[in-house]
Design a protein around this ligand. Structure first.
Ligand code: TRP
Length: 354
């Protein structure tokens, strides 16, 4: 869908505007925020290699789109982004992220108390790991955009990750959170803490979220992870995995990821659990991925047409050419609500290589 001298900013803006149309969202503010989030990568022609090997997407595109649908039908559109400065590097990227938070906080009057309480843990002078801070921008048909910051627990080296996460929970008054994670999702050597995230909003639903990548896990491990949340049906997690990756007993490629959200009042146990399945590693190509996701949507009484609209907003490529357009699918479970999120790649730099 791109032409030779098009820029990353122009392609992704077009894709985002198309997605806004699909989700029934006004596109002017999302498009502006996308440009800001891309930073120095925005005006770079796609003919040139990516400015930085961002891990947001497989092909180093520093953004990823996702469409979230509740079983009740509500839709949200999100952009996951890594902000890049003109001369990227671990320390410079972290500074660019901090600058972006400062300007967004001013413009949208964001509460930064929780971020301030933990940010030093995740902001060393010489950051390690694949990234320091990422963002997600969340758009609905009503209301201002919402923001989420992701910190990298490996930013001081993987050995420090457990200490950083435990300390961050403690500083936020969630002393029981880390033991719960250890008991349910981080039981094995190969369970790794991947993101510690904060919603930057004032609502009582503002979340503290922890993601655990469960390398080489099977369905039982993620069902056990889900069982940390009271009042949800853990077996839905197994059904989800079996539908999207039939015949896969263990997930040896990209890992299943479990996340927990803690909101105000969740002293002991998290109030929701999500499973993320890296679909692109468990399908031959996106046409098969599409079939499986359609089944899942139908089972949840969500109109499967939505999926074709999302794909059509981003690409007109032959879906059977390769996997990767549908990067992850996630299922969110809480006692009163269920939701599905489809993570869709821009493929600005060619998408997943297999
Ligand atoms: N690209 C990375 C990965 O696949 C990070 C990432 C982007 C991710 N979107 C995600 C991880 C959704 C889990 C879920 O791991």
């Amino acid at each position: 869908m791109s032409t030779a001298d098009e820029t990353l900013g122009a392609l992704t803006k077009r894709q985002l505007e198309n997605l806004c149309r699909v989700a029934g969202i006004d596109h002017s503010e999302p498009a502006r925020l996308l440009g800001e989030a891309l930073g120095a990568a925005r005006d770079r022609p796609l003919a040139r290699p990516p400015l930085w090997p961002s891990d947001v997407a497989d092909d180093a595109t520093p953004i990823e789109f996702s469409v979230q649908v509740d079983d009740g039908g509500d839709r949200h559109l999100r952009v996951l982004a890594e902000t890049l400065p003109a001369e990227p590097g671990p320390a410079a990227n972290l500074r660019a992220a901090q600058d972006l938070v400062a300007s967004l906080a001013e413009r949208y009057d964001l509460p930064l108390d929780r971020l301030r309480a933990v940010e030093d843990l995740f902001s060393p002078e010489e950051p390690d790991g694949t990234f320091s801070w990422w963002f997600s921008f969340i758009f609905d048909s009503a209301g201002p955009p919402r923001f989420k910051v992701y910190f990298n627990p490996d930013v001081r080296g993987p050995e420090e990750a457990p200490k950083l996460v435990e300390e961050a929970f403690n500083r936020l008054g969630l002393e029981s959170a880390y033991p719960t994670v250890l008991d349910h999702a981080k039981r094995r050597e190969s369970d790794r803490l991947t993101f510690f995230a904060l919603d930057l909003d004032r609502s009582p639903q503002a979340r503290v979220k922890l993601y655990v990548s469960q390398y080489d896990a099977g369905v039982e491990e993620v069902e056990l992870a889900a069982s940390a949340v009271p009042g949800i049906d853990r077996y839905q997690v197994g059904d989800f995995c079996r539908l999207l990756a039939p015949g896969t007993e263990r997930f040896p490629g990209r890992p299943l990821v479990s996340s927990y959200s803690f909101v105000e009042g969740d002293r002991e146990k998290p109030s929701n659990y999500s499973i993320y399945l890296p679909l692109r590693d468990y399908v031959p190509d996106d046409s098969v991925a599409r079939q499986r996701v359609r089944r899942h949507l139908r089972d949840h009484r969500i109109d499967p047409e939505l999926l074709d609209e999302v794909i059509g907003a981003l690409t007109d490529r032959d879906l059977s050419a390769q996997p990767g357009m549908l990067a992850h699918v996630s299922l969110r479970l809480s006692p009163d609500r269920t939701g599905t999120t489809i993570y869709a790649s821009s493929e600005a730099y060619g998408g997943t290589r297999t």
